[in-house]
Design a protein around this ligand. Structure first.
Ligand code: TXA
Ligand code: MG
Length: 365
């Protein structure tokens, strides 16, 4: 299949043509990748069973992993959901358009292929002019998972989408890079107390201001291989993963973290393995590896989230087989950043504080 690639630019006429072509493809049951403020999405008609099957096939995604439906107008909620709680409107008013996905009871119109067999449906209104214009122009509701091959880091640029899906989908619309860079926060409103199924830019604290009490799915807290069955089926798969083996090093003492990372990498280099370090601005000069990439200033969690997936993909492109990453404080967006990083690392986290405590214990004995 040949994939049409168009970029949104300054030429209004060209842009109009791009939206016309994309809308027609979507209406005819085809697939179009498009930008959102989080990551690029792979869109298809949410109410068309065949279209959602095509999405799973193009991504190589297990079909029990449901899709998020993207809307451009709050009224469209009524076409997708039933028993919409008041909290949905409160959250929508505060955070939509924006990086928040709400899970509610599904309308019978929504096919089970789109919801991965669940009786609930995930919906969000993206905050991106191209995404909103595409939804409005096409006149359909667009189911869109992240536009990556299943298991790879989510795409934050059109180049990432081309890398993964060129030749597998009908069209890609390029329009800059997602400024948030990690996928939306998912909140399940069908639980008695609203529950975060996937952390993101909209934090638990921000949600609590509207909802009062909010819980976090225990499967998210575990972060590693899930023991509990996660309520967001997607969270059980090894996600966001670079091709190389990855390890996180966590600790309060920056010097000790740098030393530990250098020693891990040194061992691998001696074995002839190509190594990479995910560093930050202040520490990047202290490392020795084949490739050291800074993800930004440690203090600037928004820059880190926007660059994270691009850095993980860069290690792949460079053929790095062993990656060691610094860790970040698990607060605000840092919580979501650590969720993605620990998944990328398959749960391999070395905590040098803990080790110290253990050592102290053994000394005391
Ligand atoms: O920011 C985003 O959310 C991006 C952009 C494109 O909008 N989309 C995205 O979609 O990240 P995807 O398919 O990569 O992730 C969807 C997640 C999966 O973990 C899936 O299990 C969960 O949403 N999900 C979808 N429907 C659900 C439902 N009814 N109940 C629980 N979890 C659901
Ligand atoms: Mg995804």
């Amino acid at each position: 299949m040949e994939t049409l690639f168009r970029v949104i630019g300054k030429d209004k006429k060209e842009n109009t043509e791009t939206f016309q072509t994309a809308s027609q493809i979507l209406r005819e049951g085809g697939l179009v990748a498009f930008p959102t403020e989080t990551v690029y999405g792979l869109g298809g008609n949410a109410l068309d069973k065949q279209a959602s099957l095509k999405i799973y096939a193009a991504k190589g995604r297990p079909s029990d992993n449901p899709l998020i439906i993207h809307i451009a107008d709050i009224k469209e909620l009524n076409e997708l959901c039933v028993d919409i709680p008041r909290t949905a409107y409160l959250l929508a008013e505060k955070f939509w358009p924006g990086p928040l996905t709400l899970v509610m009871k599904k309308h019978k119109k929504v096919p089970y292929t789109t919801t991965g067999g669940l009786d609930t449906v995930a919906v969000r209104m993206p905050n991106h002019p191209t995404a909103l214009r595409l939804i409005k122009k096409s006149g359909i509701l667009i189911a869109a998972p992240s536009a990556n091959l299943s298991g790879r880091p989510s795409p934050t640029s059109a180049a990432h989408v081309l890398q993964d899906l060129n030749g597998r989908i009908d069209m890609i619309i390029g329009d800059g890079e997602g400024d948030i860079g990690i996928e939306s926060t998912i909140v399940d409103l069908t639980c008695k107390i609203p529950m975060i199924l996937r952390p993101g830019y909209i934090t638990k604290e921000m949600l609590s201001e509207v909802l009062g009490q909010v819980l976090i799915d225990p499967a998210v807290e575990q972060g590693k291989q899930c023991v509990e069955k996660p309520r967001a089926p997607g969270m059980k798969y090894r996600h966001y993963a670079p091709k190389g083996e990855m390890v996180l090093v966590e600790g309060a003492d920056e010097r000790a973290v740098v030393n530990k990372i250098n020693s891990l990498v040194r061992d691998k280099r001696l074995q002839g393995v190509k190594t990479g370090i995910l560093a930050t601005e202040r520490t990047k000069g202290s490392y020795r590896a084949d490739y050291v990439i800074s993800v930004g200033n440690r203090e600037d969690e928004h820059v880190i989230s926007s660059r994270l997936f691009d850095v993980l993909r860069s290690f792949d492109d460079l053929g790095v087989a062993y990656i060691v990453s610094e860790s970040f404080p698990r607060r605000n967006v840092g919580y979501a950043i650590m969720n993605r990083l620990s998944k990328a690392a398959g749960g391999r986290i070395i905590n040098i504080n803990e080790k110290k405590e253990n050592d102290d214990d053994s000394n005391r004995m």
